[in-house]
Design a protein around this ligand. Structure first.
Ligand SMILES: O=C(O)CCC(=O)C(=O)O
Ligand SMILES: [Fe+2]
Length: 291
């Protein structure tokens, strides 16, 4: 995603992890596997309800290099998708909010973000602080109800992640960045537009232990390309975004076991929100709020 390139890998093990990505990429390029989709974990036509569809993956060693927080740090790793916690109306409301916010500016390239917590909004080739730049006008874009909806949805996602991975939800914390993304097929102008690179969220964002993505538009009707791809050593596993019936939520442990990328969007516009959690209270943030 756009914010993704803003941060260098952090921590003592970052270079090791980068080496692992490079080794993995070299292996993939040299093998018979040419990056095709080998398995669709959840397709656009399915409704995953009432229980999440869960795929377990062995935890990578990443977590051994970090302080462990009992009740939160991953002991079980994997990925899951649920279509049962965000209604279609809620997804539509959040999409309209993303549209309104991003309509104020946006990247010249194909990927724009609006970070609700920091206020960072793509503008041309850079970012502005939406709360500072638009001042009082912000009241015409966001309402208290919008922030309340974000908070409710965040709470539901947190609960389902805790349930799935056997965690205490009170010991996991929202972390930054948390942002709306808007992606289209416009040619990239800066690195921030290059959303398609393989990455590991724990490396890219530092504080993430669990990542979630709430999709606000539909693969195949609002846009094409733009599938989410887990890049496993033995092939690609994809999740097809969708929101038209229920807002699809995909979530996963943020370490090397979940190396991933987003396929390039070939037409249309793709909206999503990233909502992620940390086990480290020092990296906790409050829910975004009206300034
Ligand atoms: O939008 C998506 O499906 C994934 C974005 C992503 O990988 C990220 O923001 O780190
Ligand atoms: Fe990511």
């Amino acid at each position: 995603m756009a914010l993704l390139r803003m941060r260098a890998p952090q921590g003592a093990n970052a270079t090791e992890i980068e080496k692992k990505i490079k080794r993995g990429n070299a292996l993939r390029q040299g093998s018979a596997w040419r990056g095709e989709v080998t398995e669709t974990l959840v397709s656009r036509g399915e409704l995953v309800s009432p229980h999440p569809r869960i795929y377990s993956v062995p935890c990578s060693e990443d977590y051994n290099n970090h302080k462990r927080y009992p009740g939160c740090s991953p002991q079980k790793c994997g990925r899951a998708v649920t279509d049962s916690i965000v209604t279609r109306e809620e997804a539509e409301t959040l999409k309209r909010l993303a549209e309104r916010g991003l309509a104020l500016a946006g990247s010249e390239g194909g990927a724009s973000i609006l970070d609700l917590h920091s206020g960072a909004l793509s503008m041309g080739k850079q970012f502005v602080n939406i709360y500072r730049y638009f001042g009082e006008q912000i009241g015409e874009v966001f309402t208290e109800e919008d922030f309340q909806l974000y908070k409710d949805v965040r709470g539901r996602i947190q609960a389902v992640i805790a349930e799935t991975f056997g965690l205490d939800p009170a010991l996991m914390f929202l972390t930054k960045p948390t942002f709306f993304s808007r992606i289209n097929s416009t040619i990239a102008q800066t690195q921030h537009d290059e959303y398609w690179h393989p990455h590991i969220d724990k490396v890219t964002y530092g504080s993430f232990d669990y990542t979630s993505l709430l999709y606000l538009s539909d693969y195949g009707s609002d846009f094409s390309g733009g599938r989410f791809i887990f890049m496993d050593p033995n092939g690609n596993r994809t999740v097809e975004p969708r929101a038209g019936l229920k807002g699809r939520v995909s979530f996963f442990s943020s370490g090397t076991e979940n190396l991933h990328r987003v396929e390039k969007v070939s037409w249309g516009t793709r909206f999503a929100i990233t909502v992620s959690f940390t086990c480290d209270p020092a990296h906790a943030i409050a829910d975004p709020a009206m300034p």
